[in-house]
Design a binder for this molecule. Structure first.
Ligand SMILES: [Zn+2]
Length: 507
């Protein structure tokens, strides 16, 4: 190591910075047109990994700046203010970086000794380039919500599981799995607290402004959200209830069946924002409610709230359940809704198989769809988060190629994902996972070569967060055991052997 700019630590840092600058300049000037499709996606992945690793360097720069009290020396009130002045970043960006550095940076004791990061496994995953800032934020949010009564060794294991999960999943997956982890750590289901929720709930209607518009703000409790979602799923979709488009199908009772071609054409013309579509749907829903009280059906099922729960959950009345529209409702609220609003209740046995399909009204054609909602819970393509209310029933094997209507050959897919299944370039294929494999019977999607050169079939864990947690738990244990062997038997951070009670007791 030598540098024209200096010697020792200074010289090394300068040399690394020059190397990065040269490499980036080289990449900026690179001709990308010569890359194959697979090389292009591989380049994206490798660049992303490097960018993620550099944010770990950013954390340590903030740590060093703070530890030597640089903001005060240079006349800034806080490290945030210094970052804004030096880097010309927004206040929100500065605050996010400082918060991340607090949890993930390598801090030092007064003696100069390195302290373990607040979230050591998350920090390690970011240094490896496996996770980005959004993953880390999702993990931090879950850890922040863990009740104070939970032991610190359980918190450490929870962080380890989430960090492991994040290495192979999206930030949204981490968030969803985190809800399950929290429900497990705090089995009364009061993720915040029932009292907090009662206090927070509210819809504020502001004064009509000079445009005669009314601002609205507030908080819906989980039950209200679960009631609203299925209505929006149908009435706020592009093309529906568009007041600017006379040809747009409306959700009124005069049009009980919507012409698919008409809707597709209207969706193509629809330039409204999602917020505007929600607003228009809300308006139509209120109108219909006031007019007739009938909300019609959505994809063959009554517009109502569908919740899934296990017999265990029903007996213990603890934890959270998911709705077919992807919402999360404390189980006690769900049971209250079942009494009052007659939603469709789908129950599972211990193995997750549909056990009982209870509903307020018998609909023979809806049975298959209900069973699929119970089993698949949403679109089955790996990584897709479209909830069941946004999906249609599809054949795992194309009908024209000999698919059957047997329930085992049917699956849920959203319209966008279903369109990806074809024999052309970039097309996906589906099949039923064979007996003897980990997810036998589930729908496997086989990605095109540009996404996975090995074309490894995968199932969608997005709607089954417990599967993700379970896999992450196994990997975290393996990683820790390997680490323990390297350290010659000492157990890190005072944790219980074998992963502690969270990891062992995951439902
Ligand atoms: Zn999908």
């Amino acid at each position: 190591m030598s540098s024209i700019d200096g010697v020792g630590a200074t010289g090394q840092v300068q040399e690394h910075l020059s190397t990065i600058a040269d490499a980036v300049e080289g990449l900026c000037d690179s001709d990308l047109t010569g890359l194959s499709d697979a090389e292009l996606t591989d380049t994206m992945r490798r660049l992303e990994r490097s960018l993620r690793r550099t944010s770990a360097v950013g954390h340590n720069l903030i740590v060093e700046t703070t530890e030597r009290s640089l903001p005060g020396k240079l006349g800034h009130k806080s490290v945030n203010k210094l970052l804004i002045a030096v880097l010309r970043i927004s206040a929100a960006d500065a605050s996010a970086r400082v918060t991340a550095a607090k949890a993930l940076g390598t801090w030092h004791a007064l003696s100069g000794e390195q302290l373990p990061a607040d979230l050591p496994d998350t920090a390690a995953a970011q240094r490896d380039g496996d996770i980005g800032a959004d993953h880390a934020r999702a993990i931090r949010e879950v850890i922040r919500k863990i009740p104070h009564t939970v032991s610190s060794s359980d918190v450490a294991v929870a962080e380890q599981i989430l960090a492991e999960l994040a290495r192979s999943a999206t930030p949204e997956d981490v968030e969803k799995a985190g809800h399950n982890l929290l429900a497990h750590l705090n089995p009364d289901g009061n993720l915040t607290d029932d009292k907090d929720r009662k206090r927070l709930r509210g819809i504020r209607l502001g004064r009509q402004d000079t445009n005669l518009m009314t601002p609205i703000s507030g908080h819906l409790d989980p039950e209200t959200r679960a009631l609203l979602d299925p209505i929006l799923a149908k009435w706020a979709r592009p093309g529906m209830n568009n007041p600017d488009d006379p040809e747009s199908p409306t959700g009124s009772t005069e049009h009980p069946t919507v012409d698919r071609d008409q809707l597709a054409a209207a969706a193509g013309r629809d330039t409204r924002t999602a917020a505007q579509r929600n607003h228009d749907a809300f308006k139509e829903a209120l109108r219909a409610l006031l007019g007739s009280g009938v909300l019609g059906s959505h994809r063959g099922l009554p517009v109502t709230t569908i919740v899934t729960m296990t017999i265990d959950q029903l007996e213990q009345q603890t934890g959270v359940v998911t709705t077919a529209s992807g919402g999360i409702v404390p189980i006690r609220d769900a049971l209250t809704m079942a009494e009052r609003a007659h939603p469709v209740l789908v129950l599972f046995d211990h193995n997750g198989r549909p056990l009982h399909l209870g509903r307020s009204k018998r609909l023979a054609t809806a049975d298959q769809r209900l069973a699929l909602i119970a089993a698949d819970r949403g679109c089955t393509r790996p990584g897709c988060d479209a909830p069941a209310t946004m999906t249609a029933v599809h054949h795992v094997h194309d009908w024209s190629k000999g698919g059957t209507t047997d329930i085992a050959a049917l699956t849920l897919g959203c319209d966008g994902c279903h369109a990806l299944i074809h024999d052309g370039p970039g097309g996906w294929h589906t099949r039923t996972a064979p007996e003897g494999t980990e997810y036998a019977g589930r729908t496997e999607w086989i990605p095109p070569p540009h996404l996975d050169p090995d074309r490894k079939p995968g199932v969608n864990h997005r709607h089954h967060p417990k599967e993700l947690l379970e896999r992450a738990r196994r990997k975290a244990n393996a990683r820790r055991e390997a680490g323990m062997r390297r350290r010659g038997g000492s157990w890190p951070r005072g944790e219980a052997r074998g992963g502690g009670s969270i990891a062992d007791g995951l439902p």
